[in-house]
Design a protein around this ligand. Structure first.
Ligand SMILES: [Zn+2]
Length: 305
């Protein structure tokens, strides 16, 4: 199977990237869906703009939502969504969590939620930014992704104070039909077909594994939606399953979002929205359940090393 842009075996240059970008059309509105929902939270939370992106003359403000009563002696609980704009429940799960449970931790922790890291991709239902860059391999200083650079800068002053960071994602059928073939074409590599797991799973940090924390999140989500089983090789999406519904990546080395802060407890959720057994609302509910379980575990174990 060959991707319709570029020459197989040759990495894309500016012409191929421009052609790719010209094929991406706006399919939904960041302002209507996300900014309006954040506006409705302003009476209960502190909303700030931590940066903005300008693409083809269109400005996308980047917004962070903080719980009231922020105190420096309390641990920070960080929730990020929409690092991959097409992963819808990451964005809407973060917003639903704020609406329904964002005030549950007042007096115990400082809550910081960034519901949509990548707004241009949210509108185009894509994984990359307009330069065909995946923000989620580029969370580092001097990042070529404006989305990633702005978030790294927002979080830099909080280094050492974030106790828990949960990054909300999805693994979709379109990963296999569009995004992985596009990635192979962009990099001039052959596309190797893989398997999309049917169910929810988590990505832990191989450099700082926290198995009990991950299992607390899995147990909470299992009440809402089904957890992905391992495939015939004992793997999920090409990585060994180390515990029910859990795989590990070297988050920081790979430039992944959940590796930014150096938090003790980090996890990346992967909701499967294309399952015949999961509705969009269930996907949002699964993200909310994951966030609540992650914060709850971190609060209970805050004092332990
Ligand atoms: Zn993702």
């Amino acid at each position: 199977m060959s991707y319709p842009i570029g020459i197989p075996g040759t990495p894309w240059g500016p012409a191929e990237i421009a052609m790719w970008r010209s094929r991406q059309t706006k399919q939904r509105d960041f302002r209507d869906d996300v900014l309006r929902a954040i506006d409705a939270l302003r009476d209960r939370f502190d909303v700030s703009e931590y940066g903005s992106l300008d693409y083809d003359g269109e400005r996308f403000p980047l917004l962070a939502v903080r719980g009231r009563g922020w105190r420096d002696d309390r641990p920070v609980m960080l929730v990020t969504g929409g690092v991959h704009g097409y992963e819808t429940s990451g964005v809407h799960g973060a917003l639903q969590f704020l609406r329904e449970h964002g005030n549950d931790y007042a007096g115990q922790a400082n809550l910081l939620v960034v519901p949509c890291v990548s707004p241009w991709a949210y509108e185009r239902i894509h994984r990359w930014n307009p330069d065909a860059i995946d923000p989620n391999r580029n969370f580092r200083e001097g990042s070529p992704s404006g989305e990633a650079a702005a978030l790294v800068e927002l979080l830099a002053p909080l280094r050492g104070r974030v106790l828990m960071h949960i990054d909300l994602h999805e693994t979709t059928d379109s990963d296999e039909t569009e995004f992985r073939p596009a990635l192979a074409a962009r990099d001039g590599k052959p596309f190797e077909p893989g398997e999309i797991p049917d169910g929810f799973y988590l990505v832990d940090d191989s450099e700082n594994p926290q198995p009990a924390f991950q299992q607390a999140v899995i147990a909470a989500v299992a009440k809402v939606t089904h957890i992905a089983p391992a495939d015939a090789n004992g793997e999920i999406i090409g990585s060994p399953m180390v515990a029910p519904g859990v795989i590990e990546y070297a988050l920081k080395e790979l430039g992944l979002c959940a590796g930014i802060t150096g938090a003790r407890y980090t996890t990346t959720t992967e909701v499967y929205p294309d399952s015949p057994r999961a509705t969009p609302q269930q996907c949002n509910d699964a993200q909310v359940a994951a966030v609540r379980a992650a914060i709850g575990y971190a609060l209970t174990h805050a004092g332990l090393g």
